[in-house]
Ligand binder design. Structure first.
Ligand code: ZN
Length: 112
């Protein structure tokens, strides 16, 4: 998960992100300890914070990929739906028109 924290330097205060494997604070404590010490990527100021001050962020890249996959799947299913629909309605329709044509042709033709 991506965690965010604010730089403690008064002149900076920018948001920083750290990537961790843990999905909760208990695992995080095992992973990085109760306190973390990170250098701000913007000003280089060392920020020492308790892990309770770290906030989890949604992985937007993953969400974006999920949305794209869902969109592609929707289009495919939709497209397949049209094909399946065309077959299910097309076959009886073909026979119906064929039978109607035969019947019409038969009825039109009279013997002398
Ligand atoms: Zn900073």
């Amino acid at each position: 998960m991506r965690l965010s924290y604010y730089c403690t330097s008064p002149s900076c205060g920018k948001i920083n992100y750290i990537k961790v494997k843990s999905d909760n604070r208990y695992d995080l404590k095992d992973e990085i300890g109760e306190e973390f010490n990170e250098r701000c990527k913007h000003c280089g100021h060392h920020t020492k914070k308790h892990i309770n001050r770290l906030y989890g962020e949604m992985n937007m890249t993953l969400l974006l990929i999920a949305f794209l996959v869902a969109a592609v799947l929707t289009v495919i299913v939709w497209y397949l739906g049209y094909i399946v629909g065309a077959i299910t309605f097309g076959i009886p329709a073909f026979f119906w028109f064929d039978q109607k044509k035969r019947a019409t042709d038969f009825n039109k033709m009279m013997i002398d």
